[in-house]
Design a protein around this ligand. Structure first.
Ligand code: UD1
Ligand code: CA
Length: 453
């Protein structure tokens, strides 16, 4: 952006149509709150300053905004009296002469380039507006153009029959030249059917002052606003398509793209193979040539090159899977590290610990990490072998190259190279099977006789 620019995000709306206790802008698409998407775009657009206007008591919205844009200034709109009124809650940001771009917190798909484009409209005008042509314009403000110039935005409630027929609508993004911003917004009144201060009136005010307004256009799917759960799902569908397309463009194979759910921050390397029906929660990085097999669920996990996950694996936050390691079906991993080539191929829980390079975790192994009060760690050394159906009761360490016999309950550390067997010894009684059956039959017979008494 050329001149210094402030981006103001309006997020004080109630979002009543979401029918939720959660503020609208904290609902998520692609694993990320709506307002976070908007703020990421604001940051990418190169804003010099960012401001967020929240409603009274919306501390969680402010906290999320701070997490994404730590430098952002927060303002509270005490009463909900319209979009221009909301913008005036941040009036100090309009008073310093920097250009202002206003964007709504419920428009999560807006791109940074688009924000920059609307801002660049200020090179030729005092006000710059983003327009779009929705399939169904109901409810949107209409852009009134006369002699090729934008002269007003008419909200639907105030629009004449002829104005309602206009297809070009207000997408909600507006830039105001720093020199005029405060004057224009302060001149907006609430003489309309809703008795609200409409930011869209900025265009007519500018025209009265002899100032021009510019229009940029965006595709509908980029500026769709979210007012209810259905629109939330529709916006997520658009986002998912973007994420899949960019994963494929970056060199990942998605066997059935429409069945893979991404988070906005999912990162896949080259020649990563993703089989059908995989969910990527937030915070996942998959390096080159790794394979994520069907029905796996990953979040907060790093998968190194050439590793194989799933089918039916669950990787929870804090998981780090080393190069070429394997996590197979029905294996859950949480806050644990698998070093290079380590394996847990079937039915295991690996929580709070580490598995050394080349170690093998047998089917049914459980890291017993929780004693009901605290969590403890389990460390399995390099090249160790854990026999099937073993319980490793943390805190415990299995040494390098050690061997744990199948079905053991390990409560003490096992030194390097040792064999640990912790289970009852097997007893074999020759010929006893026949005797045992006879005894059982006799007992059953007596039982029946008694019942007839
Ligand atoms: C608004 C525009 C309309 C445009 C449409 C695009 C106005 C008057 N109308 O209508 O021209 O076509 O967006 O989606 O600007 N907000 C506050 N405080 C308020 C009122 C709203 O912070 O007092 C925030 C809301 O949180 C929301 C945004 O401003 O993020 C837009 O408000 P909303 O009520 O959804 O406006 P629309 O009726 O959709
Ligand atoms: Ca809206």
């Amino acid at each position: 952006m050329a001149a210094r620019t402030t981006i103001v995000v309006l997020a004080a709306g109630e979002g009543t149509r979401m029918r939720s206790r959660v503020p609208k802008v904290l609902h998520r698409i692609g694993g990320r709150p709506l307002i976070a998407h908007v703020l990421e775009a604001a940051k990418d657009a190169g804003a010099d300053k960012i401001a967020v206007v929240v409603g009274p008591g919306q501390d969680k919205v402010a906290a999320e905004a701070k997490r994404i844009a730590p430098g952002a200034r927060m303002f509270v709109q005490k009463e909900r009296r319209g979009t221009a009124h909301a913008l005036l809650a941040a009036r100090t940001m309009l008073a310093d002469g920097d250009d202002v771009v206003v964007v709504f917190g419920d428009t999560p798909l807006v791109r940074a380039e688009t924000l920059r484009g609307v801002r660049d409209g200020l090179n030729e005008a005092a006000v710059s507006v983003l327009g779009f042509r929705p399939a169904n314009p109901a409810g949107y403000g209409r852009l009134v153009i006369a002699n090729g110039r934008l002269i007003a935005i008419r909200e639907e409630r105030e629009a004449s029959e002829a104005e309602r027929a206009i297809r070009l609508c207000n997408a909600g993004v507006m830039a105001l030249a720093g020199k005029h911003a405060l004057d224009i917004v302060r001149a907006i009144d609430n003489r309309n059917t809703k008795h609200e201060f409409y930011l869209s009136d900025a265009v007519a005010i500018a025209a009265e002052k002899g100032l021009a307004a510019a229009v940029r256009e965006a595709p509908e799917e980029e500026v769709m606003g979210i007012n209810d759960r259905k629109q939330l799902a529709e916006a997520d569908a658009v986002l998912q398509k973007r994420l899949r397309d960019s994963a494929m463009a970056a060199g990942a194979t998605l066997v059935a793209p429409e069945t893979v759910y991404f988070s906005a921050d999912t990162r896949l390397g080259r020649d990563v193979m993703v089989e059908p029906y995989v969910v990527f929660g937030p915070g996942v990085v998959v390096e080159d040539k790794a394979t994520i097999r069907s029905f796996s669920h990953l979040e907060g996990a790093h998968v190194a090159a050439g590793a194989t996950i799933g089918p039916f694996a669950r990787l929870r936050p804090g998981t780090v899977i080393g190069e070429g390691a394997r996590v197979g079906n029905f294996v859950e991993v949480k806050a644990a590290r698998f070093d290079k080539g380590a394996k847990a191929n079937h039915l295991a829980y690996i929580g709070d610990g580490s598995v050394g390079a080349g170690a093998n975790i047998g089917a049914g192994t459980i890291f017993c990490n929780y004693d009901g009060v605290e969590k403890h760690r389990t460390e399995v050394g390099k090249d160790a072998f854990i026999g099937s159906n073993s319980s490793l009761v943390a805190p415990v360490k299995i040494g390098e190259g050690a061997y744990v016999g199948t079905g053991s309950v390990i409560v003490k550390d096992v030194p390097d190279g040792a064999l640990a067997v912790a289970r009852a010894r097997q007893a074999v009684k020759k010929g006893w099977a026949k005797k045992l059956r006879a005894i059982k039959k006799l007992r059953a017979h007596k039982g029946k006789a008694k019942a007839h008494d």
